[in-house]
Ligand binder design. Sequence first.
Ligand SMILES: Cc1ncc(C[n+]2csc(CCOP(=O)(O)OP(=O)(O)O)c2C)c(N)n1
Ligand code: SF4
Ligand SMILES: [Mg+2]
Length: 201
Amino acid sequence: MRTNLMKFQWCPWCGDYMIHMAIKQAVQELNIPKHNLVMVTGIGCNSKMNQYFDCYWAETLHGRGVPFATGVKLANPELTVISVSGDGDTYGIGLGHLLNAARRDINIVHITCDNENYALTTGQASPTTPEEIKTKSTPQGNPTRPLDPIALLKAVGCESVTSVEDKDIKLLKETIMEAIQHQGFSHVNVQQTCPSWKKWE
Ligand SMILES: Cc1ncc(C[n+]2csc(CCOP(=O)(O)OP(=O)(O)O)c2C)c(N)n1
Ligand code: SF4
Ligand SMILES: [Mg+2]
């Protein structure tokens, strides 16, 4: 973690703290040196994540972290490339990139911080918001079926895909370690706490 540069900017009790800690522990336990690690994010609350790691990193565009991470990996296959983005980013605007990277079996890890809403833009409905939930963009209740990212990734042949809660940091760390060690595309969906906007649980 870079203690000299950035203060955490997340709300108290945000699940992104746990996800950050789990990634950090996984990388440490696997002894990945910082010059071999690249963290790529999109845009969102979660995407501040890489600012708090002491490694190479890039904060890219909303929905475009996966193609950026793909390019990094193709340029230097020796690097460990971890891409992190939100549910709105990954499963909305970036869904095509996610599924095609999984189809190509690019050897990167993609972690989705799934708080079931567009948190940075103050809590609009996302592709994983449950039906009937009232949000800023769905004041009468969400009329749209949520998508199932695990089923979608399995449908395109992804062999390393799992969903895990942010609350169990040990399981989360172990899941991320397995994803890093998998030779091919890995997707970790993290069911993320967002006390500011996800108030339906
Ligand atoms: C192309 C584009 N469209 C829209 C936005 C505005 N925008 C910034 S963050 C965000 C929502 C992020 O939601 P999510 O990906 O779920 O991340 P979270 O904030 O919940 O962690 C949006 C819509 C943008 N930055 N770029
Ligand atoms: S709005 Fe939600 S996701 Fe964003 S920092 Fe606050 S708790 Fe975390
Ligand atoms: Mg979100």
